[in-house]
Design a binder for this molecule. Structure first.
Ligand SMILES: Cc1ncc(COP(=O)(O)O)c(C=O)c1O
Length: 393
């Protein structure tokens, strides 16, 4: 059967390139310590940057709200829109200083929904080459023309807008790039958007809660608001420690999305207890400067120690620190030896990153201790040396 042949062929190709993927099963968790397939590890690959996923107030909010039931029972426009969803949207809009917020099932779905609702045939959608897969797929699934520019090279991107000869343009970018950890060149993007009357959409999945005043993210950190960035995505499953996503921004655009975005209209609303947990998490995140300070200090410590040990780390001031191996097998070997030493750091290989850009994606959180970071860097340096010997051609 053609389908089986196709799958077998793909499996064989991924086997040959060391690109098979395996799922690991997490058991008990206690802060960043967790049981993985029965083994105790210190987690350095989660996006729980502020350590809120196990915060007692977040857990209590979910538990208390679930006495009324779990599921929302319908989509928002039918009868699934609960007062807790509404309260979460209001809190997010207030936090991110935008007129409106709209809750989606996940960040992936939100990106598909937003771009499909806004883009039409003849439009141009400009994107950084390293944008998240959901933004790229969203533009591909729309009728617009997708133009991708080399990472960070906004000037090259602008030429695509000029070449489109006045076609409506939407610029979509990660705020913090999910695999590299660097922040988008927002000043350049805002200037280009202004000049060409383009709509700028910033997916700040990894910046919200972490960067800027009150943790309002990369847009606020760069000094911009809804006038310059009319739409932003904040995901709830990373620094906020829960699940779901919220699009915030311009009143008219968000109202339009609430009536037309297929990924919003044709899906069951998130469970209200989850909205209660997210609301509690947002309230904690807003006042969590102590956690953000801890995190910043850990990032600086990691970078300093990594440089002393000669690790090849991409430039990034965020909790996402990419330790480059370039070679897929070397990334896997390093990840395995880190695991043997008690650390969980996953190997990231193409197609998640470009060819030749395999790496270990280390993520730091406010729950790590300085000595954990020191020990991790030592383990990384040892893993690099052993992997180099083992995988050298
Ligand atoms: C930049 C970015 N956007 C969107 C998403 C998708 O968000 P979610 O996990 O809520 O679907 C992710 C990661 O998952 C991401 O890294």
């Amino acid at each position: 059967m053609i389908w089986r042949e196709r799958i077998a062929e793909s499996n064989a190709a991924r086997d040959a390139a060391a690109r098979r993927r395996v799922r690991r099963t997490v058991g008990k968790r206690d802060g960043m310590r967790c049981e993985v397939d029965g083994r105790a590890l210190l987690n350095f690959c989660s996006n729980d940057y502020l350590g809120l996923s196990q915060h007692p107030e977040v857990i209590a909010a979910l538990r208390d709200a679930s006495v009324d039931g779990v599921g929302s029972t319908a989509s928002h426009l039918v009868c699934g829109h609960h007062a807790l969803h509404d309260a979460l949207e209001r809190e997010m809009a207030d936090w991110l200083q935008a007129p409106r917020a709209l809750l989606f099932g996940s960040g992936f779905v939100a990106n598909l929904a937003v771009l499909q609702a806004l883009l039409r045939k003849g439009d141009v959608c400009l994107q950084d080459r390293l944008n998240h897969a959901s933004l790229i797929d969203a533009a591909r699934l729309s009728d617009a023309t997708l133009r991708r520019y080399p990472h960070g090279e906004v000037g090259t991107g602008e030429r695509h807008i000029v070449a489109a000869g006045g076609a409506p343009a939407l610029i979509a970018t990660d705020g913090v790039f999910s695999m590299d950890g660097d922040v988008a060149p927002l000043h350049d993007l805002v200037a280009v958007a202004r000049h060409h009357d383009a709509l700028l959409y910033v997916d700040d999945a990894h910046g919200i809660g972490v960067l800027g005043p009150e943790g309002r993210g990369s847009v606020a950190a760069a000094g911009y608001g809804v006038r310059d960035v009319p739409l932003q995505l904040a995901t709830l499953g990373k620094a906020l420690g829960t699940y779901g996503a919220v699009v915030v921004g311009d009143e008219d655009i968000v109202q339009y999305l609430s009536e037309t975005a297929r990924g919003y209209v044709y899906t069951t609303a998130l469970p209200p207890p989850l909205a209660a947990a997210s609301l509690a998490a947002v309230r904690i995140a807003r006042r969590a400067d102590d956690r953000r300070d801890t995190l910043r200090a850990l990032v600086a410590r990691f970078r300093e120690r990594a440089a002393q040990n000669g690790l090849d780390v991409l430039p990034s001031d965020t909790p996402i620190q990419a330790v480059m191996t370039h070679d897929d097998r070397r990334a896997l070997a390093m990840s395995k030896s880190l695991e043997d030493a008690g650390y969980w750091v996953s190997a990231i290989r193409p197609p998640t990153v470009p060819e030749g850009a395999a790496r270990l994606r280390v993520t730091l959180t406010a729950l790590h201790a300085p000595h954990d970071v020191d020990a991790l860097v030592e383990a990384l340096a040892r893993a690099r040396d052993t992997a180099f010997e083992a995988v050298s051609p």
